[in-house]
Each structure stands twice: as structure tokens, then as C-alpha cells.
Write a protein that binds this ligand. Structure first.
Ligand code: AMP
Ligand code: MG
Length: 542
């Protein structure tokens, strides 16, 4: 059994207990209301006119008999079909803080396992997230909704089921930022702060402090992870493994035929190429996830479970965002090979369902991962440099640039951005305006002019191109704004004092990471990070 029924965290969060487990303030739905899981004809201005369904998750699987228990407009309006006015209502607040069960919802926690930092960690599971149901929106998209930080579940182990404000703000902002960078990710709909205190030893040095708790309403097409399958293979629950796989394939891999005897192989092949794609996308924006355990790797190859992530600033393949990662296992330059490790664990979980020939083919598929990754990485970096067509030395040109960036500690994001803004003539003259601070750093390298000569020559071989076209094209793929640690930290510090203005500003700015914005410029978001940011640390504690 791997689904557990669970009631939401309303008692833990001190909300109106009368609503807990009831249908809340709304009358029971009648014919004029939405059916569970169906999209309403119009945007719903009241939660009563809106419904969720858990049937498609519950029906195929065994259920445990024990039954205990600032809002982003785009997600609410365009994904969840809610009118923005709903966020002012008290029942909406109760819903997003875990105090109200929406009609049709059966809150669930999912049992999964995982390899953590290279070793099998046994049973894990949703320890502080409740899957509250599926919403099928007006576009026919099926979204699974989770509340994170909403209290204990049967899989909380020694945890308190809570999440602190700092990590919740970071997940909320970064998952949305990643979406607008064009990277597959879970989304965030809302964040509420709890009145309850949460105790954390943030840097694992014995200094336990009281912090503010929060709950994020987050969404994904699916929350299944590699660890979701691993636990079933490890415990020998092979019928359930088959059922879960068939469910995932049927729901999320429409190009795979359910009667195809090679469907698990097809599934594996898709996950291999999509994971390679995801990690190359991460690398193209300098994103380090921080905890690439198999329980944090989505079977749909989307970015999930934001923890001690970081965007690399000075280019450094050894960049480790998580100060708790002593062995530097999840440094940015290791992400591609960690992806391979995780996929090998996925294959291990699939093996009991494969015949000998399929096992052999699956190993070959896995061997192709490196090439998928490298091809995609090259494609992305060529686009970042504005290169059209293919030339023999393209890989060399990219590697050469990365090497001089590493030597000069040039800022990764702004080097590419400034290359998108500077004209070819300015580059040719080696005339780098002062505001191009990352290129100024890069320009100190003794081989800079050699790289520039090579780059300009390569740009000349672009067909049907002009310098203006090149710059416009490059500015659509090289962000000017990313969620730097100092920006998140500054927003968190204010949020801790009940000032959410910077969270809101960042939320707005990061919706348009490729567009220069006055408010962002005033806030210094494209400037050299402030000196105090050098000492910032992000740990696993959340
Ligand atoms: P993470 O490293 O955040 O991906 O978490 C690893 C596992 O620990 C997951 O199963 C989480 O649900 C669980 N977990 C993390 N923090 C808590 C907490 N405060 N309470 C309960 N479970 C937690
Ligand atoms: Mg996790």
C-alpha cells in the first residue's frame, strides 16, 4: 500500500477547526456547479463553484484504511481557472493553509524511497506535503495540487511536517522563475505564512532558532519521482510497480501505446532523453539543484523539490549551492553525471519487469544518455552565443569561453547577457563599456582578444544574419535577471518582518527575465552582487 489517506493540517496550523474535513462554507455542489475534476464553464469567482477530483489517483491503487489527518496571478487564473478576486476570501485563505478541504479532494501522502547522496535511504515519502487532488483546467491540462509545509503525514519520520518561510519563499520564487526561463518545473500558486513557530538548526551547528513557518500551494503535472518506482522494486511489490508504471505511461506518455510489449523500454528511453534535456537546460542558466537525490528527480523530467538550490554567479564548475553537501557530490559540474547515476537507479527499478533482451536494450539506451546530454548542451550554448548553423570549431569556441570565464571568475549570467547587448564593433575594438561589468572581468584574461577574434569570425559565417538580429536573438535566451542568492535572501529578510514587497517585486521581475525592467535595474538586480552576498550560505535545513 502506498497511498495514505490524510486529513489536512488545520489543527496544526490553528485554523478554524469547524471547517476541517467538512465541505467548508460552500453548499454541496448541485447541477449548476462544476463536477469534481471538471473545468467550470467560466472562471470561478467562488470556491464553491470549483471542484477537485482524486478518483484518478485513488481508484487504481490500494488505499490505507487508517484515516487521520501572495498569490501568483498567472497560476491561479490561467492554470487553476480562478478569478483573482478569490484570493481575498477567507475560505481561499483556509484552503491554501490546509484548513479547508475542497469538494472532491481526498488529501494524500505518497510513499516513495530514494537514493540520497549515493546510498539507498529506504522509505521516505511525502513527509510534509499533502497531495490534495487533481484539477483539469479549461485547456484540458491535468494538474496535481500539493500543499507543502502543511503538517505531518505518516511519512514524516522525525520531521515536524513544516516548512520555514525562507525555504518556502525560495521555492515559490524559483519554481516560477524557472518556468519563465523556459525550464520544465513545478509551479507555485500561493504562499501563506503561519502564526505557528517552527524550530530549526539552520546550519547544523547546534544553534536552534525559532523561525516562521509557511505553506506553499504547488502544482505539477505529476509528482511521481524515480524513488516512487524504486521503493516498489526494493520491496518486491512488483504488481504495484507494474500498475504504477502503466498509470504513469497512460496519463503522461501519450505517445506510448499501452499494448506495446516494449512500453517500459519506451518509457525509459523517454525519461533518459528528457532528463538529459532538463539537466542541460539547468546548465544553460547556471542552475544547481543542490540535492539531486533520486527522490527529487521527477519521472516527467521537470524540476521539483526546490531546496538548497543556487544560480552560479562566478563561473565555476565546482560551484556547490548547498553548504551541507560536504563531499560536493551535487556541485554544478557533476549534475550531468548524477543524472546518469539516477537513471541507472531508475533502470534498476524497472529491471524486474523487463525480459533479458529488453534489459540489454535498456542498458544501451542508458549508454546513449551522454550523447543526448552533450548534443543538447552544445545546441543550447550555441544559441546562447548566437551561432547559426554548424561549424567544426563550435565546441571549442564554447569551451574556450567557459575556460576564460573560469579563470577570470566572470559572472556566468551577465557574461552571456552582455555578449547579447554589446555590438560586434565594440567587441572588435575591444571597447567594453563600463556598465558591462562581467565582460570587463572577462576582458582581463590574456586570451580574451584571441577568443573575441575567433567569435567574430564565427559570427560572420552565420547565414542571413546581422549584428542587430544576433543581439535580439541572444537577448531572448540569455536572461538579464535570475534569482541570485542575495536577492532571495533580501526578500526573505523583509518577509520575515511581514514586508512582502520584495517577494512581490521579484515575482514580477522574474516573469520577464529576458526584458530589461526599470524596477529591476533600480533594485540592482543586474549589477554585481553586493559584497555581503559572498558570505551567504544555504543549507539543507528547510
Ligand atoms: P528533501 O531533502 O526536502 O527532498 O526531503 C527528503 C525527505 O524528507 C522527503 O521525504 C521529505 O518529505 C522529508 N522531509 C523533509 N523535511 C521534513 C519535515 N520538516 N517534516 C517531515 N518530513 C520532512
Ligand atoms: Mg524531496
Amino acid at each position: 500500500m502506498w497511498w495514505r489517506l490524510w486529513l489536512p493540517a488545520c489543527l496544526a496550523w490553528g485554523c478554524v477547526t469547524a471547517l476541517c474535513g467538512s465541505r467548508g462554507l460552500c453548499p454541496a455542489p448541485n447541477a449548476s456547479h462544476a463536477e469534481p475534476g471538471q473545468c467550470p464553464r467560466r472562471r470561478a469567482a467562488e470556491l464553491c463553484a470549483w471542484a477537485l477530483s482524486s478518483d484518478s489517483l485513488l481508484d487504481p491503487f490500494p488505499v490505507d484504511v487508517i484515516q487521520e489527518n501572495y498569490v501568483r496571478n498567472e497560476v491561479l487564473e490561467n492554470i487553476l481557472d480562478l478569478d483573482i478576486s478569490v484570493k481575498g476570501s477567507s475560505d481561499f485563505l483556509e484552503f491554501v493553509s490546509g484548513g479547508k478541504v475542497i469538494f472532491g479532494s481526498v488529501p494524500l501522502a505518497h510513499r516513495y524511497g530514494g537514493h540520497q547522496f549515493g546510498s539507498w535511504a529506504g522509505q521516505l515519502g511525502d513527509g510534509r506535503a499533502h497531495l490534495i487532488g487533481v484539477y483539469t483546467n479549461r485547456h484540458g491540462e491535468r494538474w496535481e495540487l500539493q500543499l507543502k509545509g502543511s503538517g505531518k503525514t505518516p511519512y514524516s519520520r522525525n520531521g515536524d511536517g513544516r516548512a520555514v518561510l525562507r525555504s518556502s519563499v525560495r521555492e515559490f520564487l524559483c519554481s516560477e522563475a524557472m518556468h519563465y526561463l523556459g525550464i520544465p518545473t513545478s509551479r507555485a500558486a500561493s504562499l501563506v505564512v503561519s502564526d505557528d513557530d517552527v524550530w530549526r538548526d539552520q546550519f547544523y551547528n547546534g544553534n536552534i532558532k525559532k523561525e516562521r513557518g509557511a505553506i506553499v500551494l504547488r502544482l505539477a503535472k505529476s509528482w511521481f519521482r524515480i524513488g516512487s518506482l524504486e521503493i516498489l522494486a526494493h520491496s518486491g511489490e512488483l504488481d504495484l510497480l507494474r500498475r504504477l508504471l502503466d498509470f504513469i505511461i497512460q496519463e503522461h506518455f501519450p505517445s506510448i501505446a499501452m499494448n506495446d510489449s516494449n512500453r517500459y523500454l519506451e518509457f525509459f528511453s523517454t525519461v533518459v532523453s528528457k532528463t538529459a534535456n532538463l539537466i542541460s537546460l539547468w546548465m544553460s542558466v547556471g542552475f544547481a539543484h543542490g540535492v539531486c537525490n533520486t527522490d527529487n528527480f521527477s519521472l516527467l523530467s521537470i524540476t521539483i523539490d526546490y531546496g538548497p538550490f543556487g544560480f552560479m554567479e562566478s563561473y565555476d564548475p565546482n560551484f556547490v549551492p548547498n553548504t551541507s553537501d560536504d563531499e560536493r557530490r551535487y556541485k554544478i559540474g557533476n549534475q550531468a553525471s548524477v543524472g546518469l547515476f539516477n537513471l541507472s537507479k531508475l533502470l534498476q527499478a524497472l529491471k524486474p519487469l523487463l525480459d533479458p533482451r529488453q534489459k540489454q536494450l535498456a542498458s544501451q539506451i542508458l549508454e546513449g544518455y551522454g550523447e543526448h546530454y552533450y548534443t543538447r548542451f552544445t545546441e543550447l550554448f550555441k544559441t546562447k552565443l548566437g551561432l547559426l548553423g554548424e561549424k567544426e570549431n563550435d565546441n571549442y569556441l564554447i569551451a574556450f569561453l567557459l575556460k576564460i570565464m573560469e579563470d577570470t571568475k566572470a559572472d556566468f549570467t551577465m557574461t552571456f547577457r552582455e555578449l547579447s547587448e554589446i555590438t560586434a564593433d565594440q567587441l572588435k575594438e575591444l571597447h567594453i563599456p563600463e556598465e558591462f561589468w562581467a565582460l570587463q572581468d572577462l576582458g582581463k584574461h590574456k586570451l580574451f582578444s584571441e577568443w573575441v577574434t575567433m567569435y567574430l569570425l564565427r559570427l560572420k559565417s552565420n547565414n542571413n544574419d546581422s549584428d542587430a538580429k544576433r543581439r535580439t536573438r541572444m537577448a531572448t535566451v540569455n536572461p538579464r535577471y535570475i534569482l541570485r542568492n542575495w536577492m532571495a535572501e533580501s526578500a526573505v529578510q523583509k518577509a520575515n518582518l511581514n514586508d512582502f514587497s520584495e517577494v512581490q517585486l521579484l515575482g514580477q521581475v522574474l516573469q520577464h527575465p529576458f526584458q530589461r525592467q526599470e524596477a529591476a535595474e533600480r533594485a540592482g538586480y543586474s549589477l554585481r552582487p553586493p559584497a555581503w552576498a559572498k558570505h551567504l550560505k544555504v543549507s539543507c535545513s528547510s
